[in-house]
Design a protein around this ligand. Sequence first.
Ligand code: ZN
Length: 682
Amino acid sequence: MRHIQQFSCLSLSLLTLAACQQRSDTSEPARRTVFFDKAGMDTTISPGNDFFSYANGGWVRKTKIPGDQTGWGSFYQLYDENQLKTKSILEEVAKADAKAGTVEQQVGDFYASGMDTATINKLGYEPIKAELARIAALTTYKDVLNYMAASKSNRGGAFFGFYIGADDRQSSINRINFGQSGLSLPEKEYYTKTDEPTRKIRTAFVAYVAKLFALTGVDTASARTKAEAILAFETALARSHKAPADLRDPVANYNKLAVADLTRQMPNLNWRAFLNTMELSRIDTVLVAQPGYYQALDSMLPKTPVSLLKDRLVFDLIDNNASLLSREFEQARFDFNNKTLYGQPQMPDRWKRIANRVDDALGEALGQLWVKKYFTAEAKERMLSLVNNLQVVYRERIQKLDWMAPETKEVALDKLDKFVKKIGYPDKWKDYSDVAVKRDDYFGNVQRAREHYYREEFAKINQPVDRAEWGMTPPTVNAYANPTNNEIVFPAGILQFPFFDKDADDAINYGGIGMVIGHEMTHLFDDQGRQYDASGNLRDWWTKQDAERFETKTQAVVNQYNAYTVLDNLHLNGRLTLGENLADLGGITLAYQAFKLTKQGQSNDKIDGFTPDQRFFLGFAQVWRVKIRDEAERVGIATDPHSPAKFRVNGPLTNFAPFYTAFGVKPGQKLYKPEVQQARVW
Ligand SMILES: [Zn+2]
């Protein structure tokens, strides 16, 4: 089973892959006095032609991406610093002889078990042998379905993907929601594209699958045959998938279906029996985001040799657990998933990998220790006041919109007034006391944490939504907007330099975290978010004319980003990135207007030779500075709803008159557009 995440976040790609540069000490940073890296600029470039490179060109030229990274830049550096903070906590609690069952004992022993490579390597693939035997014993496709339904704690069976979350049209209640699944490559086109990089990825995928089989004792020739059959099967399945841009339609994704009807429509999948095996016999309706995928699965399953279905389960089982097994399994997985797909040459140090795993498994246990040490009430208060300032600005802007009717504005303002602000960490921590953590059982620890997670998730089905819950852990360098909760969320991890520093001037903080706040607020009104009301329900509250005007305005943004290219003419997908691009444009607009209300925003006092406005834009551009490997960029263009960093800076500024004024942008320069052509939505 695969869990599918559904929020609009600030930055996607590095979350799963970033790890960090070598550093030896973990001492507290000194109080910062410099907030802008002037030496990182390239003043030979005209700001009106390419502001990203003007602000960051010097840094880009001299920066080498560390070998264990997919890229390097502000997000990566902060992530790196947060990981070092996490490490100091982990090493401390792993040493301490904490009382059994305490948060310190669980976190410390989990970390120690992951660092115990002697035990892990000795075990080889022993931890999954019982599961492999279970798969080997299956004889019909119905057995295969039963196995998948029974292994909901993520041990295998990736033909069904689901999450448990708010019902989009009744957001106070949780439902189980099934979505398209079953593919190992990033999205459907990877199975059919004929360009050289994609063909190489398919070849490497077959080699990787074969390698995993070989590592569990299958002879080389059979391993290869199995791998090729798995690719062929997934290629057929991929035809039923929707492309990433087509998934951005919450109405099309909303299909509430009676289990009895589903069972009739897809008799081979037998949803009733499947849900019963999942211990969900009490459920009589489910949400199915992409029924077309399940229709295809229903027709393919009985026609596919059972041996192939079993091989696919075996591959899934090993692949899902490879990084918990001995070195050769972990290396094989890294070589395909990280090196081939994302161009990352070296595996990060083990402590970094295990620190991520602790965050993943016991996130709010580690998070408690983290915020106690690294997050202050002062930062939370300052952040809340920034959010409030931007909310006031957004209110004024909506009131003044010339394209929206008063009745639509009224609902928009109600939604704006009611959005929930979550800052730093949750008010109530999750309880992991039912997870037994043993110092010498890494695999078992991960497995028990997964079981805990699924117990917790399954208990939510058809129950009221806990609106206080968080979808990210405190050390995370990211933020998100969740339209079904009408909320924006900022983990402690991002509330630090270069996004935010309590000693920095307002230009830096508004250009950094101010823009991030505006970005998340705008998500609640982007192409997807605007379709939800103040209570978080998917409900059309727009007049027909306002909706049409919104569409026309946003089509201009789609066209703008469609025209951008990277890596020898690879075009951005303006539809896939629309929500993020709108959030970036809204973010800079709201942050700038809020900045202009501050004392510095109204003054003309230069710092480092720059006016307050110039410094605001430079601070903004520096937050987004990043250098990324070509392979990672390619995956990003195909799947990531966020535009590449250069266009997250240049794209919104092209549409922003105060930027023109601050840097004297003139007709003929690349970022210049006549005022009537500048996209303005919110
Ligand atoms: Zn976003």
